[in-house]
Design a protein around this ligand. Structure first.
Ligand code: EPS
Length: 392
């Protein structure tokens, strides 16, 4: 069984990551993990915090001489900003002279209102610190390890921004011909130079208007075997697992698999993906289209998994909305804490991590194994049974 957990507050000493169930025999280095950590830190519309942090995950266990042992892998990511918060975020008691950076003005759209009542907190910092998107750094580190595992099966993941502030391309891009490298080099992670300029202008306008801006990003996984996930129980369906994984990313309010929403506007005959024989495909079959986003009945069908994820504009704004003081009930302006204007480009990298984590879970569920060689052999034994279908 594969599991992963994170711990850590945004301005605390750092973040911990624990991955249990990663097999033995994988080459894992801090440098490889760092590539994704750096990708997450980029993006037009980020706030001042990213100028302070230089995210680096230190391997603390589960890896010896660069190779995984099959034991729990733990990582530690230091918050460089913590040095500015040592007393305010100290795990130890502090005296009253210390500025604890407490606040009680709730922020509409933030977790702080519900969190205060739920955890009986009079200082909203006690909610903000864990609810912060800083935690996604830990997920990206975990995802980087899962990507190493998935690469052993030829599985890889790409991402791009589809829209920011409602601005989007009128033409649907073919994911097999998308210029993913352009997106990688783009500050707003788009494959289109035309959209790039419009996205940047929209973010700049939001900043000028002292507000924030959301959007939609897309994550795609390629080269999957048929049969990951299962229709046999509701909680084993892979589309459900992916939806939960994506929905758990901060500020995400919508998840679409394939053309989920667009398909509702078309007749059935136009949205099913017709299956044809294809001797070149390792399944001996292929689908003519991929409206289903690679998942039918909660199971991979061998086409790329396509997930579109909607992020709302971030709650914290330099021009605060009217709100309430959680302790006095008085009407007050919302608290302003330093924040980002637009989180959509970095969220692509977080989405990649969550998809890698979800796929690692179902791949290990189906193929088991404690050493990577055992799992590779299990996968190839299974895929060889596809020769019994359609081959005669
Ligand atoms: C965040 C507020 C900002 C963001 C932060 C998420 O941090 P700070 O309060 O230190 O300015 O930069 O995101 C990260 C730290 C990160 O690593 O992505 C929030 O309130 O959610």
């Amino acid at each position: 069984m594969f599991r992963f957990l994170t711990a850590g507050e945004s301005h605390g000493p750092g973040l911990s990551v624990l991955l249990d169930g990663i097999p033995a025999g994988l080459d894992i280095s801090e440098d490889t993990i760092k590539v994704d950590l750096q990708r997450r830190q980029k993006g037009f519309g980020r706030g001042g915090r990213m100028k302070i942090e230089k995210d680096h995950a230190v391997i603390r266990s589960g890896i010896r001489h660069g190779v995984s042992l099959g034991s729990p892998i733990s990582l530690w990511i230091e918050n460089l900003d913590h040095k500015n918060w040592e007393s305010a975020m100290s795990p130890y008691p502090v005296d009253d002279s210390v500025d604890k950076k407490e606040f009680s003005n709730t922020v509409p759209g933030h977790a702080d209102f519900a969190g205060a009542l739920k955890y009986k907190q009079h200082d909203l910092r006690n909610v903000l610190e864990r609810a912060s998107a800083r935690e996604t750094t830990a997920r990206v580190a975990a995802g980087a390890i899962c990507k190493i595992f998935l690469s052993k099966f030829g599985i890889y993941i790409k991402s791009k921004v589809l829209s920011i502030g409602g601005i989007e391309s009128e033409i649907e891009e073919d994911i097999n011909n998308a210029d993913w490298q352009y997106a990688e080099n783009s500050e707003v992670r788009t494959t289109s130079p035309e959209l790039e300029k419009k996205f940047i202008d929209a973010i700049l306008k939001s900043k000028k208007d002292r507000t924030t801006i959301g959007g939609v990003f897309q994550v795609v996984a390629f080269n999957l075997p048929v049969g990951l996930g299962s229709f046999s129980q509701w909680d084993r369906k892979l589309d459900g697992k992916i939806a939960q994984a994506m929905m758990s990313i901060n500020a995400v309010k919508g998840v679409e698999i394939g053309n989920g929403f667009k398909n509702t506007k078309k007749p059935g005959r136009d949205v099913q993906d017709v299956i044809v024989p294809d001797k070149k495909d390792k399944r001996n079959f292929k689908h003519l289209t991929n409206h289903a986003g690679g998942l039918e009945g909660g199971v991979t069908n061998g086409e790329p998994i396509i997930v579109n994820v909607a992020i709302k504009p971030i709650a914290t704004m330099t021009s605060p909305l009217p709100s309430v003081d959680i302790n006095t009930g008085e009407k007050v302006p919302a608290q302003y804490n330093r924040s980002d204007i637009c989180q959509v480009p970095p969220a692509c990298v977080i989405g990649e991590a969550m998809l890698a984590i979800s796929l690692t879970d179902v791949l290990l569920e189906k193929f088991g194994g404690d050493h990577i060689d055992e799992i590779i052999s299990n996968v190839s034994s299974y895929t060889s049974t596809h020769n019994e279908f359609g081959g005669k």
